[in-house]
Design a protein around this ligand. Structure first.
Ligand SMILES: [Zn+2]
Length: 102
């Protein structure tokens, strides 16, 4: 009777990819940030599972959304897509999404 070998413990503690918040510019683990993507109307949406295709941008929270809008960080992050959408940015959906805790 042989006992099944125990799985070797993960020796490398990979903290995971790090992304920069659009609002405050702080670098944080991707998993701790809110991922934003543009929908087909070229408006930012919250991508909770962080799996949506396309270019993503990251925010720590609602406070940083305001900061990001002020800094026009969205226009920098989503330059091409926003230009296609006429350059208008509607963050009302996004804002509401950020306020709602998962
Ligand atoms: Zn932030």
């Amino acid at each position: 009777m042989t006992k099944p070998a125990t799985q070797p413990a993960e020796t490398t503690k990979e903290p995971g990819p790090v992304r920069t918040c659009l609002g405050c510019g702080k670098k944080q683990l991707k998993t701790l940030l809110h991922r934003l993507v543009l929908d087909d109307r070229h408006q930012p949406l919250l991508d909770r599972p962080q799996t949506a295709p396309g270019r993503g941008a990251y925010l720590c929270g609602p406070g940083c959304l305001t900061a990001a809008i002020k800094k026009k960080a969205f226009h920098r992050a989503f330059k091409k897509a926003l230009a296609t959408g006429g350059g208008t940015l509607d963050t009302t959906t996004l804002e509401a999404d950020l306020q709602t805790k998962r």
